[in-house]
Ligand binder design. Sequence first.
Ligand code: URA
Length: 427
Amino acid sequence: MTALDAVSIIRAKRDGGELSDAQIDWVVDAFTRGAVADEQMAALAMAVVWRGMSRRETARWTAAMIASGRRMDFTDLPRPTVDKHSTGGVGDKITLPLAPLVAACGAAVPQLSGRGLGHTGGTLDKLESLAGWRADVPVDRMREILADPAIGAVVCAAGADLAPADKRLYALRDVTGTVESIPLIASSIMSKKIAEGTAALVLDVKVGAGAFMKDAAAARELAAAMVDLGADAGVRTVALLTAMDTPLGRTAGNALEVAESVEVLAGGGPADVVELTLALAREMVALAGVDADPARVLADGRAMDHWRAMVRAQGGDPDAPLPRAEHTEIVRASADGVVTRLDAMGVGLAAWRLGAGRARQGDPVQAGAGVEMHAKPGDPVRAGEPLLTLHTDTPGAFAPALAALEDAVEIGAVAPPPAPLILDRIG
Ligand code: URA
């Protein structure tokens, strides 16, 4: 066998060639060990951005990233495992009601989650606004929680040994303009989800102004690539394409979103959050092969019981008051009419600038910061009525947050046609 080296692999991809399994295994492993330099991997990532990767290459790349760390195994649990991954949206708190709901239906939900970076919040940041709640759960304790029929769901931080090649590569792509590649995004997401040990996976691929994928064709392509990778790795995978032009629900921000999720678990909450939670729950329950009706399990309080047990299992107090920001400012309607647009990116950026998100990995976030939306597209408003309430502990953040919201809200004379939330299903 000829010796493998980074430069010939970069050249091969630069010139539009297909990499062999041996080349992929070698380069991912050598990069993880530090034997391929960051600048070489960045050059290869840029070549992939331009030249793409075939389905075989993408599957092998994903397998190599999984093999760079530990693959968890929950096949010995007494209940089937199923998880959900969202590509990230504004106000996307769906995991919070969804994980306990699906656990209450009889499946086990092992979710290794990330922290927020940029304008979309992170699930761990949201849950950390619950007093005492801890994101680090040892694997043995994860297994106990998942096996416990009264809990059945765990949402925790991924350990350093879960797809470490992806951790290094994602950080490098972030600073070299090489995030935007469907094979690289698909393999990055799926390597972590497959390594997490779930037997089945439902993907919520967001499309629109507040999402990573701005148009439906690209989102569909990403969804199909991830569904294929799941199939290749023996993980039953389905994707829903869902709209992210307007924020989900009426809150964006950590504790604000926890409060809204608890409303959903109590049988209330905004209609769009309930609709998406139930749609994803039905897909998860079907993939897990569990016979249960999520709408009934939500309505009769069993999902709430599992939420409370799940929060307690990770040291949290479900009854403790949620933190509130020290300062608020109200944005009022400029005219009578109907809200015709509420831009997800503007709201996400505002929440981030108010302190709900972080600019750099490791920065702290404010639990109480964020944006409350009193009117959404289609809602009538009168001039002077509150449209948004901004929350922060740092009043200097109001001006930049207001700047992000400058063109984010439109009021017109005629209500916009109702926009569907679930756009397509793949897999
Ligand atoms: N999220 C990930 O985990 N990886 C990507 O490449 C993009 C989004």
